[in-house]
Design a protein around this ligand. Sequence first.
Ligand code: UD1
Ligand code: CA
Length: 456
Amino acid sequence: MNQAVILAGGQGKRMKAPIPKPMFKVLGEPMLEWVLGACEEAKIPRICVITGYEAQQITDYLGDRCETAYQAERLGTGHAVMQAIPFLEQNTEGNTLVLCGDAPFIDSETIMNSLERHISEHNAVTVITANVENPFGYGRILRTDSGIAGIVEEKDATDAQRAIHEINSGCYWFRTQSLIGLLGKITNDNKQHEYYLTDTVAIAIDENMRTGAYCSGNPDVVLGANDRKGLLALNTAARMAVLRRHMDNGVGFTCTDGIIIERSVKIGAGTEILPGTILRGNTVIGENCTIGPNCVIENTEIGDNVSLNTVQAYDSRIDSGVKMGPYVHVRPNSHICSGAAIGDFVEIKNSEIGSGTMIAHLAYIGDSDVGRKVNIGCGCVTVNFDGVKKSRCEIGDHAFVGCNTNLIAPVKLGKECYTAAGATVTTDIPDYALAIDRGKLEIKEGYTLRKFAKLK
Ligand code: UD1
Ligand code: CA
């Protein structure tokens, strides 16, 4: 059985935060998640993540998704893989992929194609390489006619070797039995006093084991970040790649300023995304919608022909033909049915809003079931919390809820009923009834004249 070891022990000092480097996010997901995802997509059944700096953050994130091994001191990439020896010894048949947890753009195609090469060439080790424009800082690949002659690190390279553009991605396939043997032979006898994983390649060559190099067609597989500027560059690369994919699918962008779309989001053709819009998680958007400017949409399913302007929506459903905004907040577990219109400064939480219902401005609807073609006037509030518990309101089809109505939950409004403006409703209202709750309006003539006469 094949397996993978992902190195994630490093700190990333220049990030200046107590977070393991592989946990820094690219397009909303930790870099480690990108690497794990590529392994899972390549159907690698066993994975062990090597933790070190702030290990708990990684083990908490992973839960029981895969195994982990702890590297108490950071003594180099070879030392990191040594921590996986107990994991490797549980399954010594097949091959082991070693990956860096801080190089997020490794892809399943590179993983699978390099494995194919590794197996067909009967290699003990196959280094995944890339040709890059600027090889500075990476290990250079030394080639012979028949295979590879070694890897030389930037610090140890001659000028001629530094001119080589084929570099070590830091990812490798090993025959598992060979890897265990080779790890036993590497030393820290170098300038850095580190155990270099790259030395396993030199030892394998020395011992006449078959070694090869697979040059990935995707040079981004090597990209990593050493500081915040590097992380921004990774985010920009990932962001633009996602936007290009959506454009190929017929999604429109007049201007991409401030538009961040996570990898998982799906968008239908003919939809236009306007600046300042952030789409996250398992958001699915239908066709011919206008989303933005300035929307934040997370884990929300949106139908076709929906228009959202300055809307924040979380864990909800918005059906076809809904118009919302500007300035609408849809909190989790809400369902806005087709053709509803929700205007400025409206908050909806854990509620169903029936189709064709209008909530034009300044309202709070929480824990409520609102029927079809209801009109909710300006300033209406569902008073869903009494300081101890939350209760629901139910509003029947075609009800007209007058401006500034307070619905003291739990309460039920029948179909086609009315509430007069300013009503505070504490009991259920039957179908077709009017609820009016109003003191007698008194007019005191000449009041102002008398008041100011006294003051003079
Ligand atoms: C390594 C390679 C280099 C290659 C480059 C690609 C070696 C000696 N060199 O260099 O040839 O071009 O990757 O990016 O391997 N890590 C641990 N524990 C440690 C040290 C590192 O878990 O003790 C992890 C880091 O978190 C990181 C990965 O191993 O995810 C790579 O380590 P890093 O120090 O970045 O290696 P490079 O010096 O960049
Ligand atoms: Ca590195």
